[in-house]
Design a protein around this ligand. Structure first.
Ligand SMILES: [Zn+2]
Length: 250
């Protein structure tokens, strides 16, 4: 069993490294396979050992070996997060078919996080790739009732669309579409919880960011990463949270 988890975290690191590339290149309409990875400042091709996830960043002390430009800590953080999420998935959803859904969901969410943090955009191409994948998955690994993915899509898309209209542009088009796609995977109840958690995380971290002077008042903050956090928590812990909430009310 330990071997499986070791293997899963290794896969997670490698996939995380790939998701970094996808999230960075897709919004620029670049190919995700060609050319190989290079330093964005000095254009030097990276050698094989500079491509080893996390470790290369640590050993190079977060700097390019050619031009000494700082390499964002976002990359190793994304790689480690992917590894952790891939590895804990079977513990949370069990060794079942649903595991496929959870790994695909994690993949989508990690790529979106990279793009949204880096460019404040949620690329349509990524959503268009994953939407049919999730539809097929939910046909063969259905929710109960079977129409829940449809209701989830309608709720996720509709709710954020409504907010965008009411707030006159306070919600981006990418966020609206992302919440719709999330709805297909989660069904409507967990999507509603995901949205509430996203708003909560956004408010708490927004206030904390202002208090710690990490963000300036009025500075635009991408909402995508909060949708990602809310979605992950709701997907993995929906039943626990609902149970806890109703115990609290009694
Ligand atoms: Zn460089």
């Amino acid at each position: 069993m330990q071997t499986i988890f070791l293997l899963l975290s290794t896969y997670g690191l490698v996939f995380g490294s790939f998701f970094n590339v996808v999230g960075l290149r897709i919004p620029n309409n670049e190919s995700i396979v060609h050319p190989g990875s290079r330093c964005t400042t000095c254009d030097r091709n990276l050698t094989w050992y500079e491509l080893i996830p996390v470790f290369s960043w640590v050993f190079q002390k977060g700097k390019c070996r050619g031009c000494q430009t700082k390499i964002s800590a976002l990359y190793p953080v994304i790689e480690i997060s992917t590894a952790i999420l891939f590895t804990i998935s079977p513990l949370l959803v069990g060794w079942s078919k649903e595991l496929l859904v959870s790994w695909c969901l994690i993949s989508l969410l990690v790529i979106i996080t990279v793009s949204d943090i880096k460019y404040m955009t949620i690329p349509d191409k990524v959503l268009l790739f994953f939407t049919p994948v999730f539809i097929v998955l939910r046909v063969f690994i259905p929710l109960d009732p079977w129409w829940d993915p449809v209701a989830g899509f309608a709720l996720g898309f509709g709710l954020l669309f409504l907010i965008a209209v009411v707030s006159k542009g306070g919600m981006g088009g990418g966020d609206i579409k992302l919440m719709g796609v999330v709805g297909i995977v989660l069904g409507w109840k967990a999507t509603l919880l995901a949205f509430m958690l996203a708003t909560l995380f956004g408010a708490v971290l927004g206030v904390a960011g202002l208090a710690l002077k990490l963000v300036k008042r009025g500075q635009p903050i991408p909402f995508g990463p909060y949708i990602v956090l809310g979605t992950l928590v709701s997907y993995f812990f929906y039943h626990e949270i609902i149970k806890w909430y109703f115990q609290l009310m009694n």
